[in-house]
Design a protein around this ligand. Sequence first.
Ligand code: MG
Length: 472
Amino acid sequence: MHTLRFFFLFLFFSISKSLTAQNDEQPLNIIVIFADDLGYGDLSSFGHPTIQTPNLDQMVVEGQKWTQFYVGASVCTPSRAALLTGRLPVRSGMSSDNYRVLFPDSHHGLPSNEITLAEQLKKANYTTACIGKWHLGHQKEYLPLQHGFDYYFGIPYSNDMDAPQSVLEEKGGYWGLITDPKNNQIENFQVPLIHNNTVIERPANQHTITRRYSEETIRFIKNNKDQPFFIYLAHNLPHVPLFASKEALGKSARGLYGDVVEEIDQGIGTILKALKEEGLDKNTLVVFTSDNGPWTVFKEQGGSAGPLFAGKGTTWEGGMRVPTVFWAPGKIAPGIVNQIGSTLDLFHTFSTIAGVPLPKDRTLDSHDLGPLLFEKQKASRDHFLYYRGTQLYAARLGAYKAHFITQGEYGQFGDKKTHDPPLLYNLNHDPSEQFNIAETHPEVLKNIESLVTEHKKNMVPGPDQLKDRGVK
Ligand code: MG
């Protein structure tokens, strides 16, 4: 009898310990660092031969490097909506066939009935900050403070926007302005810098913006160290036009693009140092990733997808597979993970960490990565769906990816083409998507088609939030 009681007590403590494996005293603090247009091949730990990212490389050594990690869309606005809601952006209407992203004259943004990560974590008393690029609606009703964030400091959309008409006329339009690095002057891009709900600087000084985002993050950590916090640090760079501080300029063997990436990495070093100084490094999860693949049309000003084909704007691997690191020393077992994961999964994963139930009144596209992060068990995600606008272009199941439609972007990688039968690649054997094996693998195509049929049964696209633009 006594032995039995001891056994049940032991069982009880084992279960409660595993449920709270990541919650020693209070839930883990969470920092998501999101680069803009950084390619799969742009970090030294992901194979770049000349860009030096020692701080991210150290995170890779101490944490988990994910080699098959995807974003929910291959351009800024829908990719951010996916990360913050755990839902394919087509469901929230943040993915459109009219425009690919929001612009300074767009009327709408992320609908208020969407539940963001910030709102979700606030249910567990996290204090929340958005620092950096928002791009989910710049009208006041759509800004971060109206979406669950306690604090905002950043540029509300892309750093290539708001060029004055006179500048556009003089430089030969947007493409003339943006393709020549000599035009990288802050006055040519009249983007606002917003503090909470108020514009505090215009044009934002983009030379110092990366450093200021890192400093704001450290300030927020120090001011909120006594309660759990969630920081969403979304850098505006290395999206073109490229800007670096004078301390970073000319330092990288990769040129200006390298200077920009290395300055982001240097800022990450200062953030990790601050966590250590405050004694928070053993209770903070830091996730680093990028919002989409490299903007290759800008040649030396754009990044590299490494071994992956194509880049930003496409549903090829180079557009949607991004370099990703999870870091939480003492909590996460270090290693290289080549299972499938996605920014869509952060919603479920962080909800579990914080002990907040998932919303039941909507469809989520989010899987819990916790078992793989904290217990080295198998991940729950075995597939990924590649949308462009409101259309499903490709689907991955296990090692295999079928393309139903392919389409390049920005004048690269080919015109829109429908494939019947679909193109089929084994991504484990052929990450560059070079060898179509559809003909010899009909059973694989059948399985992927069943996955898609099942998925479509439960797909209700939200009203298009990107389509309305211009003077109201
Ligand atoms: Mg982007």
